[in-house]
Write a protein that binds this ligand. Structure first.
Ligand SMILES: *Cc1c(COP(=O)(O)O)cnc(C)c1O
Length: 292
């Protein structure tokens, strides 16, 4: 499977006035349903599932999970059955409906049962034919796929920005930066509250952290939480650039980048890349917040 996403220079009045160059790695354009980093994270897992002659991909996620949808679509593409354990009560939404269209069997489990994912997996019939993929697709194989993002870059950057949920994508990018001997600083924006744990996660994958800066103040209250200033920011960004972003991940990372540019955090002439990690179907669950 070939993965490609463009590296696009973005014109914005703020960048011009502060004399910084900002590029966007359009991982949102990798695939409409296996969006952004989720394709990179699945790549080597799908290879391993094939080597191990598994027939079913089993994974886990919340009701709006981009990863569930990505797994459902890759399963349909590469002839795997898919089972998705969904956290919480039995509900319907456009993302889950699309998972079902791709043939995924959904199993809703209580928040309590959801905590022990291995146990849920062990209880499956035919589990020897099943391939376990953790929530968000987080594992070492996933970091190998994310590392390749750095190999694809045509330019050299002083700074790379990305949002973090589990930190797997950031770990892969950090490995890529190290492997290529780049001086690039990696700025990671956890989208959850108390995101300090992301550094431990990154280290678990044996990725280097010496060039990483963690920005802990852009979570806006926690995972999938928003505030009016974030919603306004996302709205204005979309209008000013023609690039669709959502407020759960890329919106928060982009807010952080713009805030730091405004505060003259960067020297003039600095070249910055921000990764658009995709996940635009998640916007369907947030749209009503935009009218307020
Ligand atoms: C899953 C996801 C992330 C978080 O990636 P991690 O590797 O878990 O840190 C970021 N952006 C989008 C759009 C996602 O769907």
């Amino acid at each position: 499977m070939h993965i490609y996403s463009p590296e696009q220079k973005i014109e914005h009045l703020l960048y011009k006035s502060k004399n910084v160059q900002v590029y966007l790695k359009r991982d949102d354009m990798i695939h409409p349903f296996i969006s952004g980093n989720k394709w990179r994270k699945l790549k080597y897992n799908l290879q391993k599932a094939q080597e191990e002659q598994k027939t079913t991909l089993v994974t886990f996620g919340g009701a709006w999970s981009n990863h569930l949808l990505a797994t459902a679509c890759s399963g349909a593409t590469y002839q795997y059955k898919t089972i998705g354990f969904v956290r919480g009560e039995d509900i319907n939404n456009p993302v889950l409906d699309m998972c079902k269209l791709f043939g995924m069997k959904l199993r809703f489990v209580s928040r309590e049962d959801y905590k022990d994912k291995l146990k849920l997996f062990e209880q499956l019939e035919n589990k020897e034919k099943c391939y376990f993929i953790d929530e968000g697709g987080a594992n070492s194989e996933a970091t190998w796929g994310c590392k390749e993002l750095v190999d694809e870059l045509a330019n050299t950057y002083d700074h790379i920005f990305c949002a973090a949920g589990t930190g797997t994508t950031a770990a892969g990018i950090a490995q890529g930066i190290q492997e290529q001997n780049l001086k690039t600083k990696l700025h990671v924006i956890p989208v959850l509250k108390n995101g300090g744990f992301i550094l431990d996660e990154i280290q678990k994958y044996h990725a280097p952290i010496d060039q990483i800066e963690l920005h802990l103040d852009y979570h806006f209250g926690g995972y999938a939480k928003v505030k009016p200033e974030l919603i306004n920011f996302v709205k204005n960004y979309i209008k000013a650039t023609g690039v669709m972003i959502e407020p759960t991940y890329t919106g928060k990372a982009m807010y952080a980048l713009h805030d730091l540019i405004e505060k003259d955090y960067f020297q003039e002439g600095t070249k910055i890349l921000i990764v658009h990690t995709g996940g635009l179907t998640g916007l369907l669950g947030q749209l009503e917040k935009f009218d307020k």
